[in-house]
Design a protein. Structure first.
Length: 365
């Protein structure tokens, strides 16, 4: 079976983790690896502050909490996203307002945002879907007009750029995931990035049980969302190779597109001008409601694939939490019904891509 993703762990990655083990950095929020990873990642993104967390989900959780919004505030978010984005809103006592997708870019439809803004709207979470960067500059007027806080969910977009600026440094605060299948991995782990010192300091308190001085005096209700030194060492080692990884990701996408772009039944996402898509996964839309048949055909031929995300608007766990006034997210429904991503491992071979593309061509005759 050609998997959707298999992590690539190099000898240098292993060496880096072993060095951390030898230094005893196996738990807690201390040591060389964590500080170096935070410093180097902030420098790479181009922001002032970066704080490691135990996952991308917990990064979102503490990022939203750090804003200190009034309970019951409304936060807009992309409808085509992982459930973690919405859970960060709900677990902080706020109301998720999903915004439909753009059928061309598959990102949030920027033209549908303003209709959902009211006096309770305090923030928006922008998701860079599959590594395709959103042009956040296009909503700067909304940010200013309504005093919105812009949060980036960059879980899939490490190294993506738009207008020569890194994703993760386009809004007020951003979140990354280092899960095993991400562009850059630490096994599990996440990062919060910001240029706002108050947000940064609060994130550091929230993720570390609210520890302050004197020790064991806790002034806020907080969590243990810390990354370990071992994880940080792996992430730091992979960060040193990230441009090489991204170059490979771009090559993988080009190979798929070269082989499939002439098929009328296959649609690739459109991209903004002056942007660098990092293609976390190679996604395609399959027209004529033949997605499930294609997925089954590929699986029978030992090729795995994954669906796009189920619309946040329709999630059973959010029933009753999303206001009835929020319109149906019909484009996100189309993406769910038609979208899959194909095997996109860092080390996937050209012969494997060719096999997959030939199978898809065969399916469509």
């Amino acid at each position: 079976m050609i998997p959707v993703f298999r992590p690539l762990i190099t000898k240098q990655n292993i060496k880096s983790v072993l060095s951390t083990l030898q230094r005893g950095e196996i738990s807690g929020n201390f040591g060389l690896a964590i500080k170096q990873f935070e410093t180097n990642f902030a420098k790479y993104i181009g922001c002032k502050y970066a704080s490691t967390t135990s996952s991308g989900t917990t990064a979102l959780q503490v990022a939203v909490s750090s804003l200190k919004l009034k309970k019951g505030s409304e936060i807009l978010l992309s409808s085509s996203t992982n459930i973690a984005t919405a859970l960060a809103i709900v677990h902080n006592g706020h109301i998720p307002i999903p915004i439909d997708s753009n059928l061309n870019s598959w990102n949030i439809d920027l033209d549908k945002i303003e209709d959902q803004i009211n006096k309770k709207t305090k923030a928006i979470i922008i998701v860079h879907f599959l590594g395709n960067p959103v042009n956040v500059d296009k909503i700067k007027y909304l940010k200013k007009k309504y005093n919105l806080i812009v949060i980036e969910d960059a879980a899939e977009a490490h190294g993506a750029k738009i207008n020569n600026k890194m994703v993760g440094n386009l809004g007020d605060i951003s979140c990354f995931s280092f899960y095993a299948n991400k562009v850059l991995t630490s096994g599990e782990g996440g990062m919060v990035c910001t240029n706002n010192k108050k947000y940064y300091e609060r994130v550091n308190l929230l993720k570390n049980l609210g520890f302050s001085k004197p020790r064991f005096v806790h002034k806020i209700l907080a969590y243990n969302f810390r990354m370990s030194g071992m994880q940080a060492a792996l992430g730091l080692s992979q960060l040193n190779e990230i441009e090489k990884i991204i170059k490979k990701k771009i090559q993988i996408h080009k190979e798929y597109k070269k082989n499939l772009q002439n098929l009328n039944s296959i649609i690739f996402a459109e991209e903004e001008k002056n942007s660098r898509n990092v293609y976390w996964q190679v996604g395609i839309r399959i027209k004529n409601r033949s997605k499930n048949k294609l997925v089954n055909f590929l699986r029978k031929n030992n090729v795995d694939s994954r669906d796009f995300f189920y619309s946040i608007r329709n999630q059973p766990c959010l029933k009753g939490l999303i206001p009835k006034r929020v319109p149906k997210t019909l484009n996100s429904d189309i993406l769910w019904n038609e979208g899959i991503y194909l095997p996109s491992s860092h080390d996937i071979k050209k012969s494997e891509i060719k096999k997959i593309c030939n199978l898809i061509k065969k399916f469509f005759g």
